[in-house]
Design a protein around this ligand. Structure first.
Ligand code: PSU
Ligand code: MN
Length: 315
């Protein structure tokens, strides 16, 4: 790691120790807290995800920008600021350095969180849904996709958010060499819905099977890998009903000229209103479930890597 990068990263002592000892760690993003969910559910969710990771035997590493540093492993007061402050910058790869220079508060998207995780040596990252190709002329593509194409980190999510063009998003990931694993499923989930009609590259039944494939892919050091986890059935929403809400939200965004980084938060808010909170309940449930699965996979991966080291030490 070069000197200025070293200075730009701040890791909690707990995490530093966990990583040095090869213990399981799960990275968590912060845009979902600041821009993806309303207060106070966002703060409760941020705390719950960390607790779920701990209950799963791993150390949580929530990531954000504050005081001119990329902070990995946040204290509760920073979680609270991310959840409550009105002006939190949404950080992707394009503005990461710029907001570091401003020393402003910033919440990391999937793209920026992947980058930070990789810089810190964290392999597994849990979130709700990745960004992708927005419907329309195919020109609005989330920086999450190029991040997945170039950063060797495993993203545990329920696929791409429901507001996106899922077939085009999957095509993009295929072109750029990002494998799709399905958690106990042959199908790619569609965020709030368990089915999409698109198939994954490989189905995995448990964390050990997932860790084996993830380890082999990440060892190539080329690109990320997606572990797609269907949302819990109790709060999953039906695909055709979802499509009606999504189309209505998209018409509203067009009418109000919402675009750029504001589009995703706007659409998520519209969906929550139109569904009378059902998308919000579903989103919260799948985020927690993904944290639980990620902790299992991080534990299996740490076990596999330490077994490998022990075998090497013997030979
Ligand atoms: N997952 C959620 N809610 C969210 C997001 C993910 O359940 O709000 C965030 C992620 O941070 C993701 C971002 O990177 O939305 C995508 O934004 P955009 O489409 O502007 O790239
Ligand atoms: Mn965009």
């Amino acid at each position: 790691m070069n000197k200025s990068l070293h200075e730009a990263l701040r890791m909690s002592e707990e995490l530093r120790a966990a990583l040095a000892e090869g213990k399981p760690v799960v990275a968590l993003e912060s845009t979902v807290i600041s821009h993806g969910l309303p207060y106070p559910q966002n703060l409760a969710l941020a705390r719950e995800m960390e607790q779920i990771v701990r209950d799963g035997g791993a150390t949580p590493a929530t990531i954000a920008l504050a005081e001119g540093q990329l902070q990995i492993g946040l204290d509760d007061s920073l979680l609270e600021r991310l959840a409550t402050e009105a002006h939190v910058a949404k950080i992707s790869l394009r503005n990461l350095g710029l907001v570091l220079a401003d020393r402003a508060l910033g919440a990391t998207t999937v793209a920026a969180t992947m980058w930070a995780a990789q810089a810190a040596g964290i392999a597994i990252f849990a979130t709700g849904g990745i960004g992708g190709v927005h419907p329309g002329d195919g020109m609005d593509i989330s920086a999450d996709l190029p991040a997945l194409a170039t950063i060797p980190v495993c993203v545990v999510s329920s696929g791409a958010k429901a507001i996106l063009d899922l077939p085009r998003t999957c095509e993009w990931l295929e072109s750029w060499g990002v494998p799709l694993l399905g958690w106990q499923s042959d199908e790619m989930p569609a965020f709030y819905s368990r089915t999409s009609g698109r198939y994954v590259d490989r189905r995995v039944e448990d964390a050990t099977a997932a860790a084996r494939l993830i380890d082999a892919h990440l060892a190539l050091g080329r690109s990320g890998i997606l572990l797609a986890v269907p949302p819990p059935p109790e709060t999953a929403l039906e695909a055709t009903q979802m499509q009606r809400w999504v189309q209505a939200a998209q018409r509203e965004a067009m009418a109000r000229n919402v675009s750029g980084s504001e589009l995703t938060p706007f659409l998520l808010g519209e969906l929550a209103t139109r569904s009378e909170g059902r998308t919000l309940q579903s989103n919260l449930a799948l985020l927690k479930n993904n944290a639980r699965v990620a902790a299992q996979v991080a534990t299996a991966l740490a076990f596999k890597r330490s077994a490998h080291e022990r075998a090497n030490a013997r030979s």
